[in-house]
Design a protein around this ligand. Structure first.
Ligand SMILES: [Zn+2]
Ligand SMILES: [Zn+2]
Length: 347
């Protein structure tokens, strides 16, 4: 009889049940990790409420969760460099390592990637996971499991900052003060970007953006963000515009807020992706539009940055639930979206 473990199994839309399933067996080239903390991501909630993201359709039974950290509890025969008791953060995607994108280091574009909680690959809302050690990153003693799990969204923020060309003295506008907006704020600050303006319409998130050091935070329901940004930049606009919401109005504003020669970085994806955009706003500015898909080559550096204290990652966590209460947690998240900045699940 195989050993059993607890896992949160999705059986249908808004139907996740705690069940006993087979505990994974540690392969010779794997480490077995006892999962400690897993962040709840927007994509998890999307699968939970819609059953699909684009072409990725959940076929139950399915396990959500991809932002994880835990402890190594078994090491495969052929694995070196890890020992039982090591605390690790797991980068959730394992690319093929053989295609052109992988070879040139842009492995986030690998079409053969196996990524947690992306159908049909199960995620980590479970007690154990067997994983290739190449994609496990040791956590320093001064870092918590929560921080280890949140290296995943932070990596998105750092990749976004890189795509935008973040550098000392540059200015930025971020549409959206949710988790990804906030980690991007932290990434930009740690890269020396000084003037960072943000906007949202949820009070709690706007407060958090201020607490984390945004230069100014605008309520889009009460003011014209473009007017405000122009006032603060002598009518020039900002070097970098980060769009995290996927909202039509925000995407359309990006070209207006960006400075001549600047960069627009599109991160958020809404339900509507066919949107009118006035390219006249960017053509005469020679502004660029870039996009972000996950991240690459970021985990190690992100862990070092958090270890060094330049990124107060823990401060974005607003809610914590136990795996035993996961269905309650996910329902609460869906029904109280504006009360939540970041939820984590502790095993
Ligand atoms: Zn995520
Ligand atoms: Zn590949």
């Amino acid at each position: 009889m195989p050993e059993k473990m607890k896992a949160a199994v999705m059986h249908g839309i808004r139907d996740v049940r705690l069940e006993e399933i087979d505990k994974p067996v540690c392969g010779d080239n794997q480490i077995l990790v006892k999962v400690h903390t897993v962040g709840v991501c927007g994509s998890d909630l999307h699968y939970y409420t819609e059953g699909a993201i684009g072409d990725f359709v959940v076929k139950p039974p399915f396990i959500l969760g991809h932002e994880s950290a835990g402890v190594v509890c078994e090491v495969g025969k052929s694995v070196s460099g890890f020992k039982v008791g090591d605390r690790v953060s797991l980068e959730p995607g394992v690319p093929c390592g053989k295609c052109g994108f992988c070879k040139e280091g842009r492995y986030n574009l690998c079409s053969h990637v196996i990524f947690f909680a992306t159908p049909p690959v199960d995620g980590v809302f479970a007690e154990y996971v067997a994983y290739p050690p190449e994609w496990a990153f040791k956590l320093p003693d001064n870092m918590s499991f929560v921080e280890g799990a949140l290296i995943e969204p932070l990596s998105v923020g750092i990749h976004a900052a890189n795509q935008g060309g973040a550098d000392l003295g540059k200015s930025a506008l971020i549409f959206g003060c949710g988790c990804i907006g906030l980690v991007t704020l932290m990434a930009l600050k740690s890269k020396g970007v000084s003037d960072i303006y943000m906007c949202d319409m949820v009070g709690l998130r706007m407060e958090k953006a201020k607490e984390l050091g945004a230069s100014a935070v605008f309520d889009v329901s009460k003011c014209d963000v473009i007017d405000e940004v122009m006032k603060l930049t002598d009518g020039q606009g900002v070097d970098m515009v980060y769009e995290m919401t996927g909202a039509e109005k925000a995407i359309q504003s990006c070209g207006k807020a960006v400075k001549r020669g600047g960069t627009v970085v599109l991160v958020g994806m809404g339900s509507k992706t066919s949107i009118m955009f006035d390219f006249g706003d960017i053509l005469f500015k020679e502004a660029e539009i870039k996009t972000v898909f996950r991240y690459r080559n970021i985990y190690g550096g992100a862990i070092q940055a958090v270890k060094g204290g330049s990124i107060p990652l823990k401060k974005i966590v607003s809610h914590s639930y136990k795996l035993n209460n996961i269905s309650e947690a996910l329902e609460y998240h869906v029904q109280n979206k504006s009360d939540i900045i970041k939820m984590v699940i502790e095993m």
